[in-house]
Design a protein around this ligand. Structure first.
Ligand code: PGA
Length: 241
């Protein structure tokens, strides 16, 4: 496990983008696992810059997102599909058919989950997975639980997550209560993982994830077992380390 301490959010984002760019340079047809939330937004901005100055191309890159709300369609400004287009995909040369995000509006959600796992396998797995981390230690939408859920599945969001995510909605009532998420094993099968965190609100969760016991009550703690994981943290998120 590597820990990279960045000066601030900007520096964290630049470092993350450079590592993702290196992955694409080394393997132009990389499969990237992508995350939403406020943490990676600037990372995507830096990647767009690297695309614009022709350092990297996404023409052969495939992306597989971690999760999606259930019940929000692609046009809904709060769906993760919309987020990804608005913050990233609309500004790079990725092929639409190479973008994968679970469909949270499908009738048969169990099939969406099993098809997602099949699709990941057919793409020969994820080369580099980007993660944020919830205040409660969730990765993707794998919420604190009594056990680790292995594969892509539907979940009920935690009260804490609903509260945290309500900042993007008009009010808490509007936040979907359910989501589809890659499972912990799906994430752990990625060949490389980069977890990003910034702000003092994440400091305790980061400390426990790195040095506490491995416990499904703190899903990110499982990352201690991954052979190639890098935490990129700003000063505030790293202050307890
Ligand atoms: P945030 O969310 O980036 O908006 O803090 C992280 C997460 O919930 O994984």
């Amino acid at each position: 496990m590597r820990i990279i301490k960045a000066r601030d959010y900007n520096d964290m984002s630049k470092k993350a983008a450079n590592m993702i760019a290196a992955q694409i340079l080394l393997k132009p047809n990389s499969v990237l696992g992508l995350a939403t939330g406020s943490t990676p937004i600037m990372t995507y901005k830096y990647l767009i810059k690297l695309f614009e100055d022709e350092t990297i191309s996404f023409s052969d890159v495939k992306t597989i997102n971690l999760d999606e709300y259930i019940g929000l369609n692609k046009e809904n400004a709060n769906s993760y599909y919309f987020f990804m287009c608005n913050n990233f995909f609309n500004f790079i040369n990725i092929k639409p058919e190479n973008v994968h995000i679970p469909d949270g509006t499908a009738e048969d959600l169990e099939k969406v989950c099993s098809d997602y796992e099949t699709m990941i396998q057919e793409n020969n797995g994820i080369d580099l997975q980007i993660l944020g981390i919830g205040n409660n230690g969730h990765i993707g939408f794998n919420e604190p639980d009594l056990k680790f859920e292995a594969v892509t599945h539907c979940i009920n969001l935690d009260e804490e997550t609903i509260k945290a995510n309500s900042r993007f909605f008009e009010n808490e009532e509007e936040v979907p209560k359910k989501a589809i998420t890659m499972g912990v094993k799906t994430i752990m099968n990625a060949r490389k993982i980069i977890l990003l965190a910034n702000g003092s609100g994440k400091a305790e969760t980061i400390f426990k994830s790195l040095y506490g016991k491995i416990d499904p009550a703190l899903p990110a703690s499982i990352l201690q077992l991954h052979p190639d994981v890098t935490f990129i943290l700003d000063k505030e998120a790293a202050y307890l380390l």
